[in-house]
Design a protein around this ligand. Structure first.
Ligand code: TMP
Length: 211
């Protein structure tokens, strides 16, 4: 029953949105339908990308300036696209990435030093503009997201996760804006439902890609 065409799905959202859980559940649901699925994440997904992940997410806020941070995320993605995502799609696999370009667009423009087009330019240079066929944004009320992230990280959140409430509120506003601008690719999914209902909604929103 597998389609001969690989499809590329990304899952996005704020901290504690349940992306990783849903990425796994969606992979299982697609495998049960006969698709071959590659589950991956960003930053990371390749051995060198995972090294960049560690560089980005550990240490103090001052460790990287805004531009270096944006370049490192784009560099991790360039490796990811070249070594893992494109080859998988060419084989006809489905790829599910826990975060991708839209996180770069939502997070690295918040302080106003870079704009959306800068991030898209880096993506063109690094990754040849590869875009997901569908992107899901798991949408959670701010309070729920903050509580879940705190419970998950137990005070040990990463360099970006520990930025303040205003920062994370702007990230979510950016995600909402992208969803409004690109309704065909980007779907907002209510993240505070039972996990199995969220997975059902994801599968439902992929029907058109399964032909
Ligand atoms: P994760 O732990 O949810 O996988 O994400 C790692 C952190 O990196 C999270 O705080 C979001 C952030 N991030 C960016 O700021 N820009 C990006 O391009 C990506 C992929 C993640």
């Amino acid at each position: 029953m597998s389609s001969d065409k690989g499809r590329f799905i990304s899952l996005e959202g704020g901290e504690g949105a349940g992306k990783s859980t849903q990425a796994k559940a969606l992979a299982s649901a697609l495998e049960a339908k006969g698709y071959s699925v590659v589950l991956t994440r960003e930053p990371g997904g390749t051995s060198s990308g995972e090294i960049i992940r560690e560089l980005l997410l550990s240490g103090t806020e001052e460790k990287w300036n805004t531009r270096t941070e944006a370049l490192l995320f784009a560099a991790s993605r360039a490796e990811h696209c070249a070594k893992l995502i494109r080859p998988a799609l060419e084989r006809g696999d489905w790829v599910i990435s826990d975060r991708f370009i839209d996180s770069n667009r939502a997070y690295q423009i918040v302080n106003g030093e870079l704009v959306d087009q800068d991030i898209l330019d880096l993506h063109r240079i690094g990754s040849g503009d590869l875009m997901p066929d569908r992107t899901f944004i798991l949408d959670l009320p701010e309070e729920v997201s903050a509580k879940r992230a705190a419970a998950r990280d137990r005070g040990g959140s990463d360099r970006i996760g520990r930025r303040n409430r205003d920062y994370h509120r702007s990230v979510m506003a950016n995600f909402h804006k992208f969803a409004e601008e690109e309704p065909d690719r980007i779907r907002l999914i209510q993240g505070d439902q039972a996990p199995n209902l969220i997975t059902d909604a994801l599968v439902q929103n992929l029907q058109d890609l399964m032909k």
